[in-house]
Design a binder for this molecule. Structure first.
Ligand code: LMR
Length: 398
């Protein structure tokens, strides 16, 4: 049976890693996969995580099954982190949360859950969006339609076009939004724009599904959750997928959450039985180790502060690298205004250069980025920034 299979091309993002590792250019720079890196190009384990992990090893009493919803202490504390401790939706018991294997698990479980709610659901996704949204949502049977979001050549948000496309949504449609730090473009909605989208959701009756994979990486923990918190207050229903890969650095532990905001507590209680059914039919229950680490951090005042400080340091480093890269590009005579990079948030920005130029940067300089010209800003460092800027300037020179 297997002999008829042809090998698939490597994943557009994860495939870069193997190519980078195999490159013997001593000056090579990895601006590909979205992982945080420190000045030496290393992705460290956060201090708060190390400490929490030691506590977990000490207090853990059993490895018996935990159930489809995962670690209850995690569900409780991540919900407060996402929505804010005293959010009205939490006070009214309108939010149910389950631990999932990463943000990907949350997106997939959310998509399959939607199939329990109605047939033939259309989900609107931003153009561009994270490449893996397509299989995660599409392979669950949802029909994907794009709405305009970002103009890569003009390097700006297409908000008016986005709104005019979303006026065509109807009740029962789902709209996928990036909560903060848009992947791949880094251009986020401001508060007024979130308000406008919320009003449109109220008017047209579409269900927002917010993917928040980078809470704390953009402006701050509360600031990055502005859209989620607004929608949860104003709208009857909402889905939120979140990830602890980036903000807790727990990438390979696969920790994420899916929250369902429902109009009434009873609806949520019924919905969670469907979520548990989806989980049981897929992977039965999530691994608990990463969730236990996050719960330990969030429930201990000192560990939590330690984590908040470390997260703040990562955020500040990325934001200052944005400024540094733009300065060095100007000094290198890039001849293009890259200042938009300093107005964007999170790990990513598009350089807005052609696929050939992306290939040339890789072949001639060992600089790796996604074919769309998305760069991981955290891969830039004080040491490599001049090399990177000079290479880009030479490659895009007319
Ligand atoms: C990325 O966009 O690079 C990350 O979210 C990693 C991934 O799984 O694609």
């Amino acid at each position: 049976m297997f002999q008829s299979l042809e090998a698939l091309p490597a994943d557009a993002i994860l495939g870069l890693l193997a190519d980078f590792v195999g490159d013997d250019n001593p000056d090579k720079v990895d601006l590909g996969v979205g992982v945080y890196k420190n000045e030496s190009g290393h992705t460290p384990i956060m201090d708060a995580v190390k400490k929490a992990e030691a506590i977990c090893h000490q207090v853990e009493q059993t490895k018996a099954y935990i159930g489809p919803a995962g670690v209850p202490e995690f569900n409780e504390s991540i919900r407060k982190l996402i929505f804010g401790e005293d959010h009205p939706a939490l006070r009214d018991n309108r939010v149910n949360t389950v631990l999932t294997p990463g943000g990907c698990g949350a997106l997939r479980v959310g998509a399959e859950f939607l199939n329990h709610c109605a047939d033939d659901i259309t989900i609107w996704v931003s153009d561009p969006t994270w490449a893996n949204h397509v299989p995660l949502l599409g392979n669950a049977g949802l029909k994907l339609v794009q709405y305009p979001y970002y103009d890569q050549h003009a390097s700006k948000l297409r908000f008016d076009e986005m709104m005019s496309a979303l006026t065509r949504t109807k009740a029962g449609d789902v709209v996928l939004l990036h909560g903060c730090c848009h992947n791949p473009c880094g251009a986020d909605l401001d508060e007024q724009q979130w308000q406008a989208v919320t009003e449109l959701a109220e008017k047209n009756g579409f269900l927002p599904f917010i993917d928040m994979a980078y809470q704390g990486f953009g402006r701050g923990l509360a600031e990055d959750a502005y859209g989620v918190r607004l929608m949860a207050e104003r709208l009857p229903e909402l889905l939120v997928a979140s990830s602890c890969s980036k903000n807790f650095g727990l990438y390979r532990e696969r920790v994420g959450s899916l929250s369902i905001v429902s109009a009434q507590q009873a609806h949520g209680q019924a919905a969670i039985t469907h979520i548990n059914n989806v989980v049981r039919g897929n992977y039965s229950m999530p691994p608990s180790h990463g969730g236990a680490i996050v719960a330990t951090i969030l429930q201990d005042a000192a560990l939590r502060q330690n984590w908040v400080d470390e997260l703040g340091a990562m955020r500040n480093r990325i934001n200052s690298l944005r400024t540094l890269l733009v300065e060095k590009l100007a000094e290198a005579g890039a001849g293009k205004d890259f200042s938009f990079i300093t107005q964007q948030f999170g790990m990513f920005s598009f350089l807005g250069i052609s696929k050939d130029q992306v290939r040339q940067l890789r072949d001639d300089y060992g600089i790796y980025m996604v074919g769309s010209s998305r760069i991981n800003i955290a891969g830039v460092s004080q040491t490599n920034v001049e090399y990177v800027a000079a290479a880009i300037a030479r490659t895009i020179a007319p």
